[in-house]
Design a protein around this ligand. Structure first.
Ligand code: SAM
Length: 249
């Protein structure tokens, strides 16, 4: 993945006020900082309830776009190892500090340019990240990598609200005139859900469930697609059945 990681908008957000940029809630609206981490516990449980039936092994999970670990800290308890990926080195640094204070020792940090996809993963999840990727090619690249290493299930969240003229017009407005949440890097990019479905199919992944389609929190639960039956695999089955039948007579 050819991506610049220093001085990106997200690295600046991480230095300025990561909790605001991750959840778009001002600190004073969190009655206490703990509420940020509690929201992570709730969301991690929501994710887990959707994917757990599709997961059979608990060796390695991967989070894409982990931020400062709101979800990674609770999710790390469920797997032997958790690999987290983020474009912002500052987010990852804050996550490391958080892990130290939470006593989480089974987590390793990667930049998108590191080969995070090179070993099989039982579970891959990404919440609130795909919506911020400006180019569809970036989503394609992530999805191809996921298909390369997934052996269990993945939870992928995208914004699939319909596009409209207002959203298109807003893109022409300079950042300085926009509220913080709508500036470059932070703004959400709406995607055609059929384009996401086609992409998942193209790389060999199967959608086993969807949740809240057409919203900013559209979830795709995916697994590997079983290989199609070929004439030779059918023949092998039939031959074996015949031999079994012969033994019985
Ligand atoms: C809204 S935050 C979500 C963080 C975390 N998933 C959560 O729910 O608490 C989005 C995160 O995605 C990261 N990010 C943005 N673009 C990225 C990219 N191209 N590759 C990896 N991470 C990216 C940002 O640095 C940020 O930490």
């Amino acid at each position: 993945m050819e991506q610049r990681t220093h001085d990106t908008p997200w690295d600046k957000f991480a230095k300025e006020d990561p909790m605001f940029y991750i959840t778009t809630r001002r600190k004073k609206r969190w009655r206490e900082e703990d509420a940020f981490w509690q929201s992570g516990e709730v969301t991690a449980q929501f994710i887990w309830d959707l994917v757990a039936p599709h997961i059979t092994s608990y060796e390695l999970a991967i989070e894409l776009g982990c931020g400062i670990g709101r979800l990674a800290v609770p999710m790390a308890k469920k797997f032997n190892r958790l690999k987290v990926v983020d474009i912002s080195p500052h987010m990852l640094q804050k996550l490391r500090e958080r892990c130290e204070s939470f006593g989480v020792g089974n987590l390793s940090c990667c930049l998108p340019t590191d080969p995070w996809w090179e070993e099989p993963a039982d579970f891959i999840y990404s919440a609130l990240m795909f919506q911020h990727l400006e180019r569809f090619e970036e989503i394609e690249e992530y999805v191809q990598r996921i298909a390369q290493c997934l052996r269990g299930a993945a939870f992928l969240q995208c914004d699939t609200r319909p596009r409209n003229w207002f959203v298109a017009a807003r893109r022409m407005v300079p950042d300085a005139l926009l509220p913080r949440t709508q500036r470059r890097g932070m703004r959400r990019h709406r995607r055609d859900p059929d384009a996401i479905r086609a992409l998942l199919h193209m790389v060999g992944l199967r959608i086993v469930a969807e949740r809240d389609p057409g919203t900013e929190l559209h979830v795709f639960i995916v697994t590997q697609r079983p290989p199609p039956l070929t004439p030779s695999s059918l023949r092998t089955t039939t031959d074996a059945d015949e031999r079994e039948g012969e033994d019985q007579t």
